[in-house]
Design a protein around this ligand. Structure first.
Ligand SMILES: C[S@@+](CC[C@H](N)C(=O)[O-])C[C@H]1O[C@@H](n2cnc3c(N)ncnc32)[C@H](O)[C@@H]1O
Length: 278
């Protein structure tokens, strides 16, 4: 089976997006600022998920700029209105975010890239989930204007596969067992668990210049616990259905997380960026 593991149309998906915001927005925003984001820029946010990056970009590019937010499921990318409507199924403007924001249902790999060229194309935690990620990346690179930038941020769970690094007993062991099962489910959906490390090479091979990369590694951040709870809630049925864990184990693990007894870690997030030749 392939396809995105997490249905966006649930409150747990929104909780995951909120945790990503806490864990990764500061670093994402610092990277984009360093690329020179300025009023008037045209940006494409690929696989937008929630609203935080889109809203931040919209504020920076101002009324003279444009932010296109795309996702295969725009339940949350469009804000509360779309969520109440059960997810908009068509392109539309998001009035709350300002008229410079356009939210569109779009598959980064299977749909033709949007018309026009962008000063910035950004995707975070998207390509790792897309089985046809090579095509998606080619679409994204092709949408950058000459001299413009692409920033791709993706996890590398194979580089650091553990949920708890400092295992001191059964609670840590159980956490790592569930994380291992989560990775198994992701791999079964076509997720490339070692994708993050390939990004600098892939950007260079795409003909981009000034390619650079770095990595962030969340550990014992309160949002790691929120992300864990939301993720387990979304995949609990699949963990039990595939014989990876019992309901009792899942309940026990969630109790351990809630009690704050675990210093939870996330996989490294590798950010790579490059510039299209002028
Ligand atoms: C892990 S979430 C990350 C969301 C957001 N980029 C962030 O960092 O908070 C992955 C997002 O990618 C979207 N997605 C998955 N496959 C996609 C595809 N083929 N094209 C566009 N978006 C996709 C999902 O619907 C989801 O919103």
């Amino acid at each position: 089976m392939t396809g995105y593991l997490f249905p966006n149309r649930s409150s747990a998906a929104a909780e995951r997006f909120a945790a990503f915001t806490e864990l990764f927005d500061p670093s994402t925003f610092a990277h984009i600022d360093a690329l020179g984001l300025a009023p008037g820029w045209r940006c494409w946010e690929v696989g937008a998920g929630g609203t935080s990056v889109v809203q931040w970009l919209a504020g920076r590019v101002g009324p003279g700029g444009h932010v296109l937010a795309t996702d295969i499921d725009v339940t949350w990318a469009g804000g509360a209105a779309a969520a109440e409507a059960g997810g908009a199924a068509a392109a539309r403007d998001d009035a709350d975010a300002g008229s410079q924001v356009e939210v569109r249902v779009h598959d980064a790999a299977l749909d033709p890239p949007p018309e026009g060229e962008f000063d910035l194309v950004h995707a975070r935690l998207v390509l790792v989930h897309v089985p046809e990620r090579e095509k998606a990346l080619a679409n994204m690179v092709g949408a950058v204007r000459p001299g413009g930038w692409i920033l791709v941020e993706d996890a590398d769970p194979a580089l650091q596969p553990l949920s708890v690094l400092d295992v001191r007993g059964p609670e840590g062991e159980l956490a790592n067992k569930l994380r291992s099962g989560f990775r198994e489910l992701m791999a079964g959906r076509g997720v490339d668990l070692a994708y993050g490390r390939t990004l600098p090479r892939l950007l260079r091979q795409s003909g981009l210049l000034d390619v650079r990369a770095d990595a962030a590694f969340p550990l014992a951040h309160p949002a790691c616990a929120r992300l864990e709870r939301a993720t387990i809630a979304l995949i609990a049925d699949q963990l039990t259905g595939n014989g990876i864990a019992t309901e009792e184990e899942i309940e026990r693990h969630l109790g351990n997380v809630a009690a704050g007894r675990l210093d939870l870690a996330q996989p490294p997030m590798i950010a790579a960026w490059g510039r299209r030749p002028s």
